[in-house]
Design a protein around this ligand. Structure first.
Ligand code: NAD
Length: 260
């Protein structure tokens, strides 16, 4: 029963984070929506979620690239709602490049958003969760938290680090009734991926279905995208009482990718 709980979902103005926010709102969870973007558009999104699911929804635009912003986001969420029962660290960025060409500032940005901000948010949310002896922390890692691909060194390093952080935090909080898990998706159908299909089709001169099978989903045995709603359903399950003994796990939802 999640009704009446409060969740902070970072990067929930788009893609997987938005699907998780919607799925939690459907369960009656009050939400801190968070992300970057056009403020009028984001305000429309906030209002539509609040109206559709009849829950309190607030919006925060902290830039997680800046150190200290994740902690501020958590403390302001606690100030508004009184507590953060569920912390979903979802915001993430990617950059694809051979390692020798990877600009050091891109490396730093990816470590800051994908790993540093997660540490900052967890550090700020844990005292309240421990006091209440209840909490759920879910980190959106990736299949790239478990295995690597070439040209994604910064992202792979950050996501492997995130899986390690997840395990350490889970052990520390195990007796406090707070769980900490990582979800490790393969390729999920998001607007960003849709755009990649179009771009790759043009680059390779291949039709869409061949680009999907042979280029984008080459490593994903099911040869179909994971839908954002599938990831959201797993997150909702991990938030529930039935998942109280699942902690420190890095759960693949990757169409068999990491079974290879
Ligand atoms: P997306 O690009 O659709 O959304 C990213 C969200 O993060 C947005 O709300 C954006 O505003 C926010 N964000 C980005 N940079 C930020 C910053 N500096 N400060 C604050 N917010 C910021 O991404 P997505 O595809 O839904 O991915 C969500 C998470 O899932 C990421 O951590 C990503 O690494 C992971 N993931 C995605 C896939 C996939 O195929 N899409 C696969 C595996 C893992």
């Amino acid at each position: 029963m999640l009704k009446g709980k409060t969740a902070l979902v970072t990067g929930s103005t788009s893609g997987i984070g938005l699907a998780i926010a919607r799925a939690l709102a459907r369960e009656g969870v009050a939400l801190m929506l968070h992300g970057l973007g056009d403020s009028a558009e984001l305000e429309r999104l906030r209002a539509s979620l609040a109206a559709e699911f009849d829950v309190a929804v607030r919006l925060h635009g902290a830039d997680l690239m800046e150190s200290g912003q994740a902690a501020r986001l958590v403390s302001e969420t606690e100030a508004i709602f009184g507590r953060v029962d569920i912390l979903i660290n979802n915001a993430g960025i990617q950059f694809v490049s051979p390692v020798e060409d990877l600009p050091p500032e891109r490396w730093s940005a990816i470590q800051s958003v994908n790993l540093g901000a997660v540490f900052g948010a967890i550090r700020a949310a844990v005292p309240g969760m421990k006091r209440r002896r209840s909490g759920r922390i879910i980190n959106l890692a990736s299949a790239h938290g478990l295995v690597a691909s070439p040209f994604k060194s910064a992202y792979v390093a950050a996501k492997h680090g995130l899986v390690g952080l997840t395990k350490a935090v889970a052990l520390e909080l195990a007796e406090a009734e707070v769980t900490c898990n990582a979800i490790c998706p393969g390729y999920v159908r998001t607007p960003l991926v849709e755009q990649q299909i179009e771009n790759q089709a043009a680059v390779h001169g291949l039709p869409r279905d061949r680009v999907i099978r042979e280029v984008i989903l080459a490593a994903q045995p099911t040869k179909r995208f994971i839908e954002v709603e599938e990831v959201a359903a797993l997150a909702v399950f991990l938030c529930g009482d039935q998942a109280r003994s699942i902690t420190g796990a890095a759960l693949p939802i990757d169409g068999g990718w990491t079974a290879r």
